[in-house]
Design a binder for this molecule. Structure first.
Ligand SMILES: *Cc1c(COP(=O)(O)O)cnc(C)c1O
Length: 389
């Protein structure tokens, strides 16, 4: 619907598929039903106590109450660089190759004005975080959805991009371990993507939001570990999922210095940085003890196993998750994603994510289960879903 005070480009944004789910949920709750949500990608456990304690001290210091450094304090950027060194053995210069972000969502949205001209193209994964496509719409640029499906192992196929699109492309976005599919990338895939980006003059952006949530001993890499990555890549990291800090808004970009500078230029015209007290607390999250990060992975792994056992019993097919807080499941035959999600909500009072919300074509026919929910509620949710005819 065209509104009086809204730019035409807003009409190009896809409908918010969770709006109808939210409406129905509110209705069910009002009727007294117990609704279980396996729909939200937001860790259910609190932020680690040592990070909260650091924040309590940091918020008392009056110097922290003024405008923060736009790029992130040097102390914050040094902490990010230290994280890259200890976690990945990647060396980045805190002054030129690191930029603070007010959460990675903000960073991703600002990639478009920084790197993509109006009318140009961004290559985005056929299934992914919705801001990858929304960012282009808000910037009057175009998205090319790279095919991403079971056949190609959920590794977005950049090589099939048509020549006329490539000619006008300026950026490519990838993200592994992947939300919503939980797919992980091989080093060979990253190497091919880097070679492709260099050949076609693309900035390659890797969104690594789930680098610290992995199972069965798998350790997700940084794309910056690969040779030549610093020539054409930036990578985005977030405190949100690793440290249960989604509400705090703390993330960073690391990588190619020219790209970091361009993103910083956009941001200095748009925002005024992360609250310095939050920077101090997040710096401790990135550089302090990491044992609770492992505990969280173990917790999600246990929940994954509970959910997989239930899905097996239901005879539903899914991608075996080696990381993230999600399971990507095929809807039973005879349903679209939207139909199955609606049925599960109406009849079992369980919320799951419709696959087409993450990829209008490649995501259709799937649903996403989130593991950010207590074990016994996951058990209960699947018990209810099993009883559906
Ligand atoms: C959650 C998520 C984000 C956003 O994280 P914030 O740092 O909280 O903005 C970005 N990318 C992916 C793939 C996510 O799942």
């Amino acid at each position: 619907m065209t509104q009086k005070f809204a730019a035409k480009r807003l009409d190009n944004l896809p409908p918010y598929l969770f709006a109808e789910i939210d409406r129905k949920k509110a209705e069910l709750v009002e009727q007294g039903h117990d609704v279980i949500s396996l729909g939200i990608g937001d860790p259910d456990k609190p932020t680690f106590q040592h990070v909260i304690d650091e924040m309590i001290e940091a918020v008392q210091r009056s110097a922290n109450h003024q405008y923060p450094s736009y790029t992130g304090s040097l102390q914050y950027r040094q902490a990010c660089a230290q994280f890259m060194g200890t976690r990945f053995d990647v060396e980045v210069c805190p002054k030129t190759e690191v930029l603070a972000l007010i959460g990675s969502k903000e960073g991703i949205a600002n990639l478009f004005p920084a790197f993509v001209d109006p009318g140009a193209y961004t290559l985005i994964p056929g299934i992914g975080y919705p801001v990858y496509s929304g960012g282009g719409i808000l910037n009057d640029s175009n998205s090319w959805w790279m095919p991403m499906n079971e056949e190609n192992g959920w590794l977005a196929d950049f090589e099939s991009t048509p020549a006329d699109v490539l000619e006008k492309a300026q950026m490519m976005i990838l993200s592994y371990p992947n939300n919503p599919t939980s797919a992980v990338a091989t080093p060979e895939y990253f190497d091919k993507a880097i070679a492709f980006a260099k050949k076609h003059n693309l900035l390659l952006v890797h969104d690594n939001a789930y680098c610290d949530i992995a199972f069965d001993g798998y350790v997700p890499p940084s794309i910056l570990e690969r040779p030549d990555a610093m020539d054409c890549c930036i990578e985005i990291f977030s405190a949100s999922k690793s440290y249960n800090m989604t509400g705090w808004r703390a993330a960073f970009a690391a990588g190619n210095a020219d790209a970091i500078r361009a993103l910083g230029t956009v941001k200095s015209n748009v925002d005024s940085g992360i609250f310095t007290a939050v920077q101090e607390a997040a710096a401790l999250a990135f550089t302090g003890p990491q044992d609770q990060v492992k505990e969280m992975s173990d917790l999600y792994e246990r929940r994954r196993n509970i959910a997989m056992a239930a899905l097996d019993e239901m005879g539903l097919e899914y991608l075996y998750p080696r990381g993230t807080i999600f399971i990507w499941v095929k809807v039973p035959s005879g349903y679209t994603s939207a139909e199955y999600v609606e049925k599960v909500l109406t009849e079992a009072h369980v919320i799951i994510g419709p696959g087409n919300a993450y990829g209008p074509e490649d995501g259709e026919g799937y649903f996403r289960v989130s593991l950010a929910c207590e074990d016994d509620r996951i058990v209960e949710a699947f018990e209810r879903m099993k009883k559906l005819s």
